[in-house]
Design a binder for this molecule. Structure first.
Ligand SMILES: NC(=O)c1ccc[n+]([C@@H]2O[C@H](COP(=O)([O-])OP(=O)(O)OC[C@H]3O[C@@H](n4cnc5c(N)ncnc54)[C@H](OP(=O)(O)O)[C@@H]3O)[C@@H](O)[C@H]2O)c1
Length: 325
């Protein structure tokens, strides 16, 4: 793709009010893009859900919210029509307890992504940037222990099913089917695969990854698993998505992680910044040791901030949102 001229593009962001998408919308508006944001069943006027977007600088002129559901092709096409680029950030997730994850979780996630890819092809979009996950890269029990994984690695779906990691199945299948469809249709597709995304929230409620940090910050259980986390700041993910869109030479997949840390070290770090909390004090080692490289993304020009900055800013924003009460 010829480099997108900054400040001149019209782009669509799916699930605009979510944690990652909100930061991406903020970044795109600050760069002068006109943004079509998709929002689901609630009214776009809903202040609690979308107020943080409509208050962003330049939003009154350059942000248009479209009511659209990933599972409703026509609604997605209406939001995407007329855009040069699309950032598919949302993922269709069930909002209630489910009994059949293959039908109720995996199928909608894949169908939602394919609806976006098809709408991009029909609307002659120049480039689609898709948010996948490291769970679509690193879940492979046959990979040699300790060997670094790169973008050629794909999670083993049958293994993910056997350990009932339905989210990993959904992200792996959605990304691989989107890649195949885009290849067949001549659509430029860039996928970004982030690790656990932390950092300040713009929205007023906690998403799933925010809850991971809150759980360890608030304590409440003595003993926790000493999981290895691959973390990245939400603001750096937004920058990675923009690089994937703007850089003419961008191609294929990009792993997007910045800091590897296990739960024990994370808790020690939190304790050193906020000493007066009730933290877990027993850690059970778990058998999972994968190493991923974000080298390809760094060669595209991506940089990331320190983990301390991410943690401090995250907790300040949770305080501001009343999530620490
Ligand atoms: N957070 C992480 O640690 C992490 C790590 C790796 C990858 N990711 C990926 O990053 C992306 C964003 O995650 P996030 O943490 O920002 O999630 P989030 O805050 O929960 O936002 C998800 C968004 O998806 C939208 N959505 C759900 N079902 C939909 C449907 N059927 N139609 C339209 N929109 C729908 C939601 O819309 P409503 O506002 O209408 O509910 C919400 O805006 C996802 O693709 C996720 O898999 C996240």
């Amino acid at each position: 793709m010829a480099s997108v001229e900054k400040g001149k593009g019209r782009v669509c962001v799916t699930g605009a009010a979510g944690f990652v998408a909100s930061w991406l919308v903020k970044l795109l508006l600050s760069k002068g893009y006109v943004v079509h944001g998709t929002a689901r069943v609630r009214q776009p006027e809903d202040e609690e859900k979308y107020g943080h977007l409509t208050k962003l600088e330049k939003a009154s002129d350059n942000l248009k919210l479209f009511k659209a559901d990933l599972l409703d092709y026509d609604s997605m096409f209406s939001a995407i029509k007329g855009c040069h680029g699309v950032f598919h950030v949302a993922t269709a997730m069930p909002s209630t307890a489910i009994s059949n994850p293959e039908i109720e979780l995996v199928e909608p996630a894949v169908k939602g992504t394919l609806n976006v890819v098809k709408a991009c092809v029909e609307a002659k979009v120049k480039r689609l940037v898709l948010v996948s996950s490291i769970v679509a890269v690193g879940r492979n029990p046959n990979w040699p222990k300790g060997q670094v994984m790169d973008e050629t690695c794909w999670s083993d779906k049958e293994h993910c099913k056997s350990i009932k990691d339905w989210y990993a199945v959904s992200k792996t299948q959605a990304e691989s089917e989107a890649t195949e469809y885009a290849k067949r249709s001549g659509l430029e597709l860039i996928t970004v695969c982030p690790g656990l995304i932390l950092g300040p929230i713009l929205q007023s409620y906690a998403n799933a990854s925010t809850l991971v940090l809150l759980k360890h910050f608030k304590g409440g259980s003595d003993c926790v698993e000493n999981t290895k986390w691959m973390m990245v700041d939400v603001r750096d993910v937004a920058e990675a998505l923009l690089l994937g869109y703007e850089k003419a030479e961008a191609q294929g997949r990009y792993i997007c992680t910045a800091h590897d840390i296990n739960t024990h070290d994370l808790v020690d770090k939190l304790r050193s910044i906020y000493p007066h909390n009730d933290y877990p004090n027993k850690f059970v080692d778990v058998e999972e040791e994968i190493n991923l490289s974000s080298g390809k993304l760094q060669r595209l020009g991506w940089r990331y901030r320190s983990l301390d900055e991410t943690l401090v800013d995250s907790l300040k924003s949770y305080q501001h949102a009343g999530l620490l009460d």
